[in-house]
Design a protein around this ligand. Structure first.
Ligand code: FES
Ligand code: FES
Length: 161
């Protein structure tokens, strides 16, 4: 089947099988490797993308659902000012990053901070429940998200309101 969709802001088109996963399409067709291969069952989050505004595991999204959708990958997100806020917050809090789960970690943080300016611990736990990370303690990651939210507010308002 032929599918068209928006990938990191560009209109793209390809011919693929209806059941081929978005993860395979990103890696094999577009050579975008930010979404990693992990459990392949939707439970680890290392393959995360933003799919029509929500963080989703790309290993579970078949090509027929990708048609006419809007996808943002870690590569696309890493070009944004929001990415810089989160990177700065993680650095400020000393969040360890081996890079394997970066797609899930950054994209979950981005969509959380889009919804909640100052996330409470429960907001954080809810947003990150699908992301497994072997490198970072939950408390440390939460501190990084809070710091990222403050940097974002400073950038937008010139101060923390
Ligand atoms: S590889 Fe997709 S959720 Fe684990
Ligand atoms: S930063 Fe290493 S697995 Fe998450």
């Amino acid at each position: 089947m032929t599918i068209r969709f928006i990938l990191n802001g560009d209109d793209v088109e390809l011919v693929t099988g209806a059941e081929v996963s978005l993860l395979a399409i990103l890696r094999e067709h577009f050579h975008l490797y930010g979404a990693k291969c992990g459990c392949m069952r939707g439970s680890c989050g290392v393959c995360s993308v933003i799919f029509n505004g929500a963080v989703c595991p790309s290993c579970l999204i078949p090509a027929f659902k990708v048609r006419n959708s809007e996808i943002i990958t870690f590569e696309g997100f890493s070009q944004t000012v929001e990415y810089a806020d989160i990177k700065g917050g993680f650095t400020r809090a000393g969040v360890e990053l081996c890079g394997y789960c970066s797609a899930g970690k950054y994209l979950a943080a981005a969509t959380l901070l889009d919804r909640v300016v100052r996330p409470e611990k429960d907001d954080f736990l809810n947003a990150f429940r699908g992301i497994r990370c072997r490198c970072t303690e939950s408390e440390n990651l939460y501190a990084g998200i809070v710091a990222a939210g403050e940097l974002r507010q400073q950038r937008i308002y010139g101060r923390i309101p």
